[in-house]
Design a protein around this ligand. Sequence first.
Ligand code: PEP
Ligand code: MG
Length: 763
Amino acid sequence: MVCTLYGIVFDMKKGSVDLICDVAELISVFDAEKKDQDILQSVVSTVAWHMRAAVCSIYIYEEERRELVLRATQGLRPEAVGTVRLALGEGITGRAVQELRPICVGKASQSALNCPFPGIEEEKYEAFLAVPILRGLRRIGALVVQDGVANYFGANDTKALRAIAAQLASVIETVRMLDEVHGETEGSSRVLAPKKSVHEGILRGRSASAGTARGRALTLGSSQSDRCLLPDAAGTPHTLEDFEKAVERTVTQINQLQRQTGEELADVAVLIFSAHLLILEDEQFSGRIIKRIEDGTPAVKAISVVVNEYAEVFASSKMPLVREKILDIKDLGNRLLRNLLNEEADECDYKGQIIIAHELLPSDILKLSAENVEGFIVSSGVTSHNAIICRSLRIPMMAVAREVADGIPEGEELLVDATQGIIYLQPGEEVYAKYRKLDATWEALHKASDVKPETRTQCGERVQIFANINLLSDLEPARRFKAEGVGLYRSEFPFIVRNDFPGEEEQYDIYKKLVNQVAGKSVTFRTLDIGGDKMLSYYSNVHEANPFLGMRAIRFSLQNKEIFCHQLRAFLRAGAEGNTRIMFPLISSVDDFEAARDIVHECMDQLEKEGIPFCRDTQLGVMMELPSAVEVAEELAQEADFLSIGSNDLIQYMLAVDRTNEQVSKLYLAHHPAILRSMNRIVSAARTFGKDVSICGDLSADPHMLKFLLGIGLRKFSIDIINAPAIQRSVQETTLAQTQKIAETMLGFGRISEVEAFLETLG
Ligand code: PEP
Ligand code: MG
């Protein structure tokens, strides 16, 4: 597809259109009169984010001094802003501005032009693309992107940056003009003034749940966080009565916390604080404290000592379930102490703290979220259920290497940009200010109110956007973002956070709430998908060498018929109250599907006999996420009522690339010809047999893949609903004819490199 923007002709390519539109939107909301609106900083952050570039910077050209000065950066040290100056012609940037042309260098270290600025860690970046910002032939500045991966930028990136540079010229002129009006000279202007910064450093990692978190580092598992600390008041006398009152207050607070969490997270919060209460009610626990107090130990010290004794016993346990309770006992101890000392209960929570942990359990995430934690930095791989829970709770989470996590000092002030994967240690005011603006900008760009209830292509074809729901609390954003229904309900979360398998009634209550809350819109329940990296702590009796290839999803359900039947009965009963379907994950053969379907029919017969209302014509579908299922797609389409492409797993299994393993993440390619052809085959099979087909994996959030999917005939997309505005915009900007052509071309390639070259030409 070809389009013209700001006089530049584009072939549409991955990300570029969105990037240019976002920057155009940023610029259009720029209010020149508002001096505090740091538009350039927002632009560099937006460009870096879209291009997945480690660095994006804007330099402004000072004509009198014939120098370029760094004005805004995402990725270089913030204190470099206003201090880094380049003579015209100096380095790659200086040369690009001098010669009025973009310069793209694949390996900066080998380029004669390269001249990295000392002290800002620029030498780490090999790929370098500098585009001059011009007004006619007049030099205004430069827009620069850098990345650690050599040859990272291509011809299309140059085109995209040129389009943005063209838009930026007038904004920069306005900013400069305002500075002059306000009596500031160019050399010492507000725009260019060196910033004072206490910024100490930047660490990098991978985003697991996007967002920005601010707070102090608290490492779980460190001697400080796992212990109940002895307050200064250790010697203060407190009576036994004081201790008993503290226990009473603690019980009330925990019950209150449990109730409140239960209201907000009805499906998963059940008894997450039960361990606290159980320990508190344990006579041995309180008995030991009472005995010490009676023996003359000050109450504060008695509590700390006993709590720490328990923590040590838990820590040395061979049973993972017991080891998991360290956080609970320590929280409980701190709460007791605060109540004894009559301190604010709020002080017991995790507000203002960013948890650094090697491993986290989903139930810990829920507890810490109820106690107002700001964000997480995890140093082992991020399991998909932890990432999904954090995304649903809208808590930022980042994955970093173990050494990175270990290097963060306890109590350090942090700003975690879990969207771009950056951790700022001791961020200065300018970093905070930048992120305040960035957050506001992102909010403005992703406003739910911009979503229309109906989505159509430019040529009028109807497309449906559904929500992927993980927790019931996701229903509120689904409503706000006008989801047309629930395309995937991941039913495993109520299972993951409990201490035992939830029974039929408990599940029925959850599913009924879901069905009632979507008020007539369709809901596709997925049966339990545990195994792989989604383990149940109470079902770890099977140790598997390759859990992703083991007792996962439908295999677990078929082997544990009783658990499967409880869930199916609960689904079928909830279906009596609405418009629901059931689908099975990880189906590898028609036989798997038939076995699952037979059990559904058995459950229906039982319910009928028992006189319990349920939905007899519930449609039954297959999640297409295994290569073997693709090979029998026609037979599956014939047998099932609908197919849903689980692209997250389809890519993993088709390419044999672990979706949670960072080391092979570059091989996890949605545009691999095998994936493209598989998806086409699935859609064709469904169409041949007149069956409904949709996709519920994350890949439709990629604008190019979305076009491909439209081109092969998909019209139903189930997504993390926060992506709805962007997906709707992409659909509206395209015609079916364009998408069909794109799909046809992409399907003709046998090599990844050919697909990539084609995507490059798309612009
Ligand atoms: C998928 O595999 O694409 C999918 C939607 O399921 P999950 O991410 O829960 O495995
Ligand atoms: Mg899957």
